[in-house]
Design a protein. Structure first.
Length: 296
């Protein structure tokens, strides 16, 4: 990934929408990224029950632009931003089309309704994005708007297991670390990736070996100015291991797509899905392979 970062934020006039804007603002302020606030309205022909009504459509678009203007007022003046109203059959489809149109580097979305404060909850839009997006999607937990505005992006935690895809994760972390000055914490998941039947001593040895390998690989990719460390997740389960980790205000976790994902597409694997249950910070899901610039 090269060039300036560009965030497409899926906005709705809800607390989740405000969470997404608040996080994107902190991310952009730390990285120098542009923000594009996007409101998706239903496309024509969306309903066979309710006929099109030009007056109502104009009202709806006007309301959407008012909501976007209100959201934009929360973005710092130092961050370049723009607002867009788009039409699509679904919110996720509209975000993906807009992201492609604007050559976005990331898509940012808030949690679905019903989740606990400080936790994630996946909804229809997020699931759609996580199945078909070819750029990283950042999932923002409920209540992110309550974080200090100056929290910045102090650290990136990169969760690496035993399956392929670590190179794309580390490349993404290196890019973000260079743009933000954030430190990098490498989280080895090998001890909770192994079957429960494996001997405890073997798990401990495998964890130490995997941690050394992860650190060597990352240090070769990260800039000399990027501070990095490696920790090994330990616990009875993924959820237990994540619950024992410490998190800094403004931190973000990077995870890779499942091995079931199509090339250059996302798919949230079982490990990442379990992590979401306990994560109090945003999660970025990174495709196993990246789309080259100019590639469709």
């Amino acid at each position: 990934m090269t060039g300036r970062l560009r965030l497409v934020v899926g906005y709705t006039a809800t607390k989740a929408g405000k969470d997404a804007v608040a996080f994107a603002s902190r991310f952009a302020a730390a990285s120098g990224a542009d923000i594009h606030l996007v409101q998706i309205l239903p496309a024509e022909g969306r309903s066979v029950i309710t006929p099109p009504n030009a007056a109502y459509d104009r009202y709806l678009e006007g309301q959407a632009r008012e909501w976007l203007a209100e959201a934009a007022s929360a973005v710092p003046d130092t961050v370049e931003h723009a607002e867009h109203v788009r039409y699509a059959e679904s919110f996720g489809e509209g975000l993906l089309e807009t992201a492609e149109e604007l050559s976005a580097t990331h898509i940012v979305v808030g949690a679905a309704d019903g989740g606990r404060r400080g936790r994630h909850r996946l909804g229809t839009t997020t699931n759609e994005l996580l199945h078909v997006s070819d750029i990283p999607v950042i999932l923002v937990p409920k209540g992110a708007r309550k974080a200090p505005a100056d929290a910045g992006l102090p650290r990136l935690t990169v969760a690496i297991g035993t399956r392929p895809g670590a190179d794309a994760l580390i490349d993404e972390a290196a890019t973000l670390a260079a743009a933000t000055g954030a430190s990098v914490r490498l989280l080895s998941l090998v001890t909770v990736d192994l079957p429960a039947s494996v001997d405890t001593g073997v798990i401990r040895i495998a964890g130490a070996a995997h941690a050394d390998q992860v650190l060597q690989t990352a240090q070769a990719a990260l800039s000399a100015d990027s501070a990095s460390e490696v920790v090994v997740a330990r616990g009875e389960s993924i959820e237990d291991a994540v619950s024992h980790l410490e998190w800094e205000p403004g931190e973000i976790v990077l995870v890779g797509s499942s091995r079931l994902a199509q090339p250059k597409r996302l798919f949230l694997g079982s490990t990442a899905a379990k992590m979401l249950h306990e994560l109090p910070v945003p999660m970025m899901v990174v495709p196993r392979t990246r789309k080259e610039e100019g590639q469709k």
